[in-house]
Design a protein around this ligand. Structure first.
Ligand SMILES: NC(=O)c1ccc[n+]([C@@H]2O[C@H](COP(=O)([O-])OP(=O)(O)OC[C@H]3O[C@@H](n4cnc5c(N)ncnc54)[C@H](OP(=O)(O)O)[C@@H]3O)[C@@H](O)[C@H]2O)c1
Length: 349
């Protein structure tokens, strides 16, 4: 039995943070003391976790004395500001933002795919972008038996992927439009109710968005394969929770859809739903609140040699963020590598 840890959660009042606290109720992660942190705005808010009422405090550079693990889900700027101090004070930081994902000294981990990478941490372990996690969970079991040469992925990303403000905006806009009123647009770049837009995060000079670029770079990093060609189009849709993805793959060798279905079902954390001949497939409304990555509509892509098409749905707040972060911590404990094993002079956080 591992020792009980002192844990801090930065962003405890956010969409991911709240789900993280729910997941703590469901998994036996060994906690001695739990510190809930957010911005000044939420200081004093009371939250009940594991039968205890805890008060949220403002996260500052002094928040991490005596803390063993810090989970941060408060945006990249907050991670950049707080993580180095938390690491200096001896904590392991598990970060859900994009701040450190591509840093060479920071493992980017999906435990079912590259859990062993946690052993190389220098104080920070990053969890990939929500869309990347569900994609890679489905690519990995196929790629390791038949290398994937190319991935074309189009996402259908829920409002909760942009945080609590976007969830409220979808709710308020839906209500307003149903009553014939005008809408307010603040949290997202355009009206999301009864609409969708191919614009998540900022645009880059090459015409892709940062979200698309993250999916492409992070997929290669987690799979330890810089040769895979990937093109992503990320779309925000009026769904509260769960991201969906239409994926087209090109393999080195032929991939029979039945073999793909078998391999995906064997992968821990992946569930195959229905088959191409049956009117049954994953949908966000049904799967919000669940832990697995669901794959359906597995079929040959006849437009290329060795092509396969499929449809992937997962809860972006759970496996896409909070659950993956807690699983990373579980992996660290099971591998007994909470402390840095081989300090690197070039740690760049
Ligand atoms: N949503 C997803 O599906 C998803 C998936 C993967 C990764 N992530 C990442 O997780 C992070 C949080 O996302 P979210 O969806 O939970 O956003 P959110 O709902 O907007 O929540 C943001 C959280 O950060 C806190 N915060 C804001 N400024 C802060 C500051 N200066 N100091 C300390 N805490 C501060 C907020 O506290 P207050 O309540 O006090 O404002 C709130 O708890 C982001 O980096 C995001 O990229 C999100």
């Amino acid at each position: 039995m591992p020792r009980e840890l002192n844990v801090a959660v930065v962003g405890a009042t956010g969409a991911v943070g709240r789900v993280f606290l729910e997941i703590l109720e469901q998994r036996p992660f060994p906690i001695n003391h739990l510190r809930l942190l957010a911005s000044k705005r939420s200081a004093g808010t009371r939250v009940s976790v594991r039968g205890q009422e805890l008060m949220v405090k403002e996260a500052t550079l002094d928040s991490f004395d005596g803390v063993d693990i810090v989970f941060i889900s408060a945006g990249a700027g907050v991670s950049r500001q707080l993580a180095p101090t938390a690491v200096e004070k001896g904590a392991l930081v598990i970060d859900k933002s994009s701040a450190f994902r591509m840093a060479p000294t920071v493992p980017l981990v999906i435990p079912e795919v590259n859990g062993q990478d946690v052993e190389d941490h220098q104080g920070v372990i990053a969890t990939p972008n929500c869309s990347t996690i569900q994609l890679v969970m489905a690519l990995h079991p196929l790629h390791r038996v038949n290398p994937i040469k190319r991935v074309v992925v189009d996402t259908y990303q829920s409002a909760s992927g942009a945080g609590g403000g976007a969830i409220n905006e979808l709710r308020e806009q839906t209500r307003a439009l149903s009553q014939g009123k005008s809408v307010t647009v603040e949290a997202l770049p355009h009206q999301i109710a009864f609409n969708l837009f191919p614009h998540i995060d900022d645009f880059l000079p090459d015409g892709y968005t940062k979200e698309e670029e993250k999916m492409m770079a992070e997929t290669r990093k987690v799979l330890h394969d810089q040769t895979i060609g990937i093109s992503a189009t990320c779309v925000r849709v009026p769904v509260y929770t769960c991201h969906s993805e239409a994926v087209h793959l090109e393999f080195e060798n032929p991939m029979d859809p039945r073999q793909a279905s078998y391999l995906l079902n064997e992968m821990p954390g992946v569930t195959v739903m229905g088959d191409s001949a049956v009117d049954s497939y994953p949908m966000p409304w049904d799967l919000a609140g669940t832990d697995d990555v669901y794959v359906g509509r597995i079929r040959k892509d006849p437009s290329i040699s060795n092509g396969l098409a499929m449809w992937i749905v997962a809860d972006n707040l759970r496996k896409g963020a909070a659950l993956n972060a807690l699983q990373i911590a579980e992996e660290v404990l099971s591998r007994d590598c909470l402390e840095i094993r081989s300090p690197s002079a070039s740690a760049d956080v």
